[in-house]
Design a protein around this ligand. Structure first.
Ligand code: HEC
Ligand code: HEC
Length: 219
């Protein structure tokens, strides 16, 4: 009982915690709980303020979420979303229309064997034909699909090593601020709107978000 009381818990864990209380406080159990220390322990449980209130500075949570919303202007920009689709097909342009010609992600995101991305997308942008380029040009895996997700869902996805390619926070921050495929979004070639700001300023916002606890928008 005491162990259950000491365990830090948050809102989601309240329910099982409440169950412990209600089991312990059911009539039959109470009849058996004649020893005062046990009753005192239950009372302590009931009266203890939730650990969540002691650990989180509400202002910092708000600040962290604000920072993530700022970063969201980049994360939810068409330059990023076009390559992080939910289905099998990339999208194109600021309107994010389905990729024309029709291409599919293939086994590893590099396209079908007969029509790999690299047959059109070269190592650099080719502006005369409006074809964007980069040596690593390929689709993000389905586990990293952002299209159709809310900002909070994107946040929880990128923090989750089982869905982000095994990145811990330092590696995730490095990817955001240094990866040159991510960086393409700020130099996307003729006729394409770049992502807002610079990759460096985006990296700085992400770092500040991590330093304030990396909280996600609830929505
Ligand atoms: C047959 C040629 C061809 C193939 C193959 C091809 N693409 Fe494209 N792709 C293009 C062209 C052309 C554009 C530019 C369209 C425009 O902006 O008007 C483009 C644009 C894109 C864009 C949009 C960039 C943006 O933000 O506007 C993405 C993303 C993309 N391609 C991903 C891929 C991926 C991933 C593959 C492989 C699975 C692939 N493409 C295969 C020709 C191709
Ligand atoms: C040309 C396609 C392409 C574009 C454009 C692109 N990405 Fe990605 N992204 C990928 C691929 C592919 C991966 C998978 C990891 C790898 O192979 O590098 C990935 C992975 C990621 C990851 C790893 C973690 C995760 O869970 O998603 C992050 C973060 C990320 N991209 C951020 C961005 C941001 C931010 C932008 C826009 C500024 C962007 N990407 C634009 C293709 C793209």
């Amino acid at each position: 009982m005491a162990a259950a009381c000491e365990r830090p818990f948050n809102g989601r864990q309240l329910l099982p915690f409440g169950n412990v209380i209600s089991i312990a406080c059911s009539w039959e159990t109470l009849v058996r709980l004649v020893r005062l220390p046990a009753v005192a322990a239950i009372l302590a449980c009931l009266l203890a303020p939730p650990a969540i209130a002691q650990q989180q500075d509400p202002e910092q949570v708000v600040r962290s979420i604000e920072l993530f919303r700022e970063a969201g202007k980049v994360l939810q920009h068409p330059r990023c979303l076009n390559c992080h689709p939910a289905g099998d097909r990339p999208s194109q342009t600021d309107t994010m229309r389905p990729h024309n010609p029709r291409v599919v992600r293939g086994p590893d995101g590099h396209g079908a064997a007969g029509l790999p991305c690299s047959s059109c997308h070269q190592a650099a942008n080719y502006d005369p034909a409006r074809v964007p380029g980069h040596p690593k040009w390929h689709l993000a895996p389905v586990s990293m699909a952002w299209q159709g997700l809310s900002l909070g869902e994107i946040c929880r996805q990128i923090k989750d090593p089982s869905r982000n390619g095994g990145l811990d926070m330092p590696a995730l921050l490095r990817h955001m601020s240094e990866d040159t495929l991510v960086g393409w979004a700020w130099a996307p070639g003729a006729g394409r709107t770049p992502a807002p700001g610079t990759q460096a300023s985006f990296g700085a916002v992400m770092r500040a978000w991590a330093e304030t606890g990396a909280y996600c928008p609830p929505d």
